[in-house]
Ligand binder design. Structure first.
Ligand SMILES: *Cc1c(COP(=O)(O)O)cnc(C)c1O
Length: 372
């Protein structure tokens, strides 16, 4: 069997892409929010059904600049160091984005069923330095947005979701980018929808539109005025063209992922000690990931046993997310509550291959190896 990775990026037909980049060769406008950017931005805003959308070179910079655009860095400095309540069970980007804005991540434990931040544990972590909550819709499971909104309102906190895993999802029929003050999406090659590299911030208040636009372009306001300490995080015209192509196919990709998801459930459900994730109630899912929780006491083998058994056969599952980020050297001294569940899940979870072009026979073979 040829090597199987946890994901394989979707690419459109090459001619479709060529058609989409032809106007760039005519205009010679390669970047700086040109016509292809604007076309893609409009289409994506419609697809995600969000009030406002700003595109970035990647999800990480989108989150970093959203934190800055919402003045959380400033609010933090005014309080002699601002704190942001977040989860240790995420990709390291979430925590870096907080830290690189001069803020302190405060780690809150997660739920044992959906692996998202445990909203009931947020309240006790709020101090007079808390400026925001940055929860993560892990694996496309939607956080308890109602409860989080209640806490944020009560304490006057900003909420920015890391929605890198939640592209195109809805909760109770509402686009996931409508919750909180803002939501970051990632269009990295490994995500459900890609622009090679890319990302976006969806947000409610039009007042953030200009700051986000300027921050990604060095904080330049106009030819003679530079109003903010910006950076460079512009999504170029070629990547936007890729986005326009891939957006045409993303629904088919998600439908194909569902087949893979259903196959895994058919083969692995009911095995003692194994728990496969399922989409939450009221969620229109995107089947971005296929996490398998392995309880060695009951299953007889550990997560790492399965990881190695698969690897020997050329199947590269991933330990997303291990280690929990409050266990790594650079963040282990950050404040927070007890994170027993995050520690447990990070040691027992394995994300299995899932992507649109993964053959169902291959899923069968993967399940055979797991069943042992
Ligand atoms: C992928 C990812 C990011 C970063 O997105 P990039 O587009 O790769 O910069 C941030 N958070 C989470 C949870 C992710 O999975």
């Amino acid at each position: 069997m040829s090597r199987i990775y946890v994901t394989r990026p979707f690419l459109p037909d090459i001619n479709e892409f060529v058609n989409e980049i032809e106007p760039i060769f005519d205009s010679h406008i390669l970047t700086n929010m040109g016509p292809v950017y604007n076309k893609f931005q409009h289409r994506l805003k419609d697809y995600l059904d969000v009030p406002e959308l700003s595109l970035f070179v990647n999800g990480h910079m989108a989150l970093e600049m959203a934190i800055q655009a919402f003045d959380l860095d400033k609010a933090g400095r005014e309080r002699g160091g601002g704190e942001v309540i977040t989860t240790p069970f995420t990709f390291v980007s979430t925590i870096h984005a907080i830290k690189r804005n001069g803020l302190t991540p405060v780690f809150c434990d997660i739920n044992s069923d959906d692996y998202c931040i445990d909203a009931d544990k947020i309240g006790s972590l709020i101090t007079d330095k808390t400026v925001a909550i940055i929860p993560v819709h892990v694996y496309g499971h939607i956080c308890d947005t109602d409860k989080i909104e209640g806490i944020a309102k009560q304490h006057g906190l900003t909420v920015i979701y890391d929605g890198a895993h939640a592209f195109g999802e809805t909760y109770k029929g509402v686009g996931v980018g409508n919750f909180g003050d803002a939501t970051m999406f990632s269009f990295h090659a490994t995500k459900v929808f890609n622009t090679i590299e890319g990302g976006a911030i969806a947000f409610k208040d039009k007042a953030h539109s200009l700051p986000l636009h300027e921050l990604k372009n060095f904080g330049i306001h106009d030819e003679e005025h530079i109003g903010a300490v910006g950076g460079n995080a512009k999504l170029d015209e070629f990547r936007c063209a890729m986005g326009i192509c891939n957006l045409r196919h993303v629904d088919e990709c998600i439908a194909a992922r569902k087949e893979v998801h259903d196959k895994y459930h058919e083969r692995l459900d009911g095995i003692k000690g194994l728990t496969l994730s399922s989409p939450g109630k009221d969620v229109k899912p995107n089947y971005a990931y296929m996490p398998l929780y392995v309880e060695p006491e009951e299953f007889g083998r550990t997560r790492d046993d399965l990881y190695k058994a698969l690897k020997r056969k050329g199947i590269f599952a991933r330990k997303y997310f291990y280690p929990a980020l409050n266990e790594i050297d650079i963040y282990k001294d950050c404040p927070g509550g007890e994170t027993r569940i995050a520690a447990d899940v990070s040691r027992k979870i394995l994300t299995l291959p899932i992507y649109d072009s993964l053959a169902l026979e291959t899923v069968d073979e993967i399940c055979e190896i797991i069943r042992g």
